[in-house]
Each structure stands twice: as structure tokens, then as C-alpha cells.
Design a protein around this ligand. Sequence first.
Ligand code: GDP
Ligand code: K
Ligand code: MG
Length: 289
Amino acid sequence: MHKAGFVNIFGKPNAGKSTLLNAIIGEKLAIISPKVQTTRHRITGVITEPGYQIVFSDTPGIIDPKYKLHEKMMGAVKSALEDADVALLIMDAKDSLEENLELFDSLRLKVPAILILNKMDNLSKEDMDTLMEKAKAWGKAKVVVPISARQKKGIKELMQEIVALLPEGNAFYPDDTLTDKSTRFLVAEMIREKIFQLFEEEIPYHTTVIVTQYQEKETLTKIAAEIIVTRETQKGIILGEKGKSIRELGTLARQDIEKFIERKVFLELHVKVRGKWRDNDLYLKEYGY
Ligand code: GDP
Ligand code: K
Ligand code: MG
């Protein structure tokens, strides 16, 4: 019997959704940062094994929309809810169990769910046991699984539980598929991740990145990308004194991209000001939201 299905990951910002997706897929698909709302799109990762295929989706954290970009992000959460075969409800084990269960209740899930207690590396065994017991008492998940996505602990056990809940069916994608996202998109995301790493406060939230050129040359891949911000002052900060900051950004991003595509990369970055792009439907469409 062959099994196949869509498995979607839900949870509050910073629960570890993107880290879990990467731990499962084993590639750096979804960008990770300690800041909330790093993930803006649904990111799909595909796993194919003899006997089953699973299409995983990472989603932006569940939030109340404050601007149009947020509305698009919550649209991604809703659409993920509607086409899941199995839902992974993930929470930070240090976060309030009551609050998280309330949130998961509000999703009104109609599909089988697995409750995942992540970051168990932060808890003593005793505290973890107590939490497990309380979590099991919720009763709405088929099973509760403790993991550490960062240390890749409990992933095997989690996979077994997922496969057990997967419906029968044929594979959706060819068996060498890793993701539905283009390399161009993933490259833009890697640059965006570095912006989250290097710049403080509101800068990352006012920024998006698009790859404008992607050319495979003989000895290297030439990539040009635009960093879009909403104000001139932000452009100045990203450039830095005599271009110091953008050079640092470029170096960090290039190293990640080279690791991912396994080729030498020449990366060219430009900064553009597009006032209110986050509230402009045309820009949002152009930037892939
Ligand atoms: P998301 O917003 O739910 O996608 O969360 P991320 O995957 O971006 O992770 C948020 C933060 O939690 C990052 O700093 C991660 O490194 C950290 N994190 C994720 N999983 C674990 C874990 O198992 N243990 C610990 N200690 N930290 C984790
Ligand atoms: K995050
Ligand atoms: Mg994320």
C-alpha cells in the first residue's frame, strides 16, 4: 500500500516551524531567525521514501493582520489549513500550554493532528514529563510528540507518527522533488534571512528581496538582487558607511547560496526605495506575495 499526503505545520511565531521543516527535509529551505514573522510564504518541502511521499508546508506564524502584507500571510495559513491531510501543531515547550491549546482550538481543525512540544532541550526531564501529561489530556491530538528541532531529536519518532496518519494514495511529485519553490525564490529568501540577522528593529519588516538576474556562467552563477525598502533612511542603513553593511550582507548571503547551489556565486545587490510597498497590491504581486 502506498501512502501520500499533505502535512502542514502550524504554530505561533518562533515555535520552530521553519527549523522543523529543515530538520525533516535536511536542506535549508525555510529561513530561520529569532525574530517573529520571518516566514512570509508557504514553503513546501517534499520527502519521498519507498512506500510514501509527504508534502510538507511551513506557514507564517498565526497573527492578527496589521497591514496588507499580513493579510496575505494569513491567507497562506488559511489555505494551508484547507488542504492538509495531517496538521502538525507545534509549540515552544517553554511557552504557555493553555495559550497554545486555545489557539489550536480556534483553528477548528477537521484533520488528524499531532501536537509537537518543541525545544525540549530547554526543559528538564521532569518538567517535560509534566508537560507531556498535561498536553495529552487536551485530547484533540492523535498523539503528542516531544522534539528538539534544532538538535534534530525526536524527528524519527515524529515521522513514524506522521506516516501512520497519512492517507493511501499515489505520489504527487516526481521522486527527486525537494521543493515547489524556485531556486530564485530560495536565493531571495537567503538574502532576506541575512537582513534579519544584521539589521535591527523595523528594518527587516520593511524589506523584501527579489532576484532580478540569475545566470549560469561557465565557472560561476551570476545573481543580481534588489532589496526593497520603504524609506530613504532605511536604504542608508542597509548600505552602511561607504557601503560597509551591504558588503557584509552580500558576503554572508553569498556563502549560504554557494553552499545551497554548490557553485561559485557572484552576487550583486541593489537597494531600492518603494514607499508603502507593504500596502500596495501591485507591488505585493510583483514581489511574489
Ligand atoms: P518559526 O517562526 O516558527 O518558523 O520559528 P523558527 O524556526 O524561525 O525558530 C525560531 C527560533 O527558535 C530560532 O532562533 C531557532 O533557532 C529557535 N529554535 C527552533 N527550534 C529549536 C529547538 O529545538 N531548541 C531551541 N533551543 N531553539 C530552537
Ligand atoms: K521566526
Ligand atoms: Mg518560520
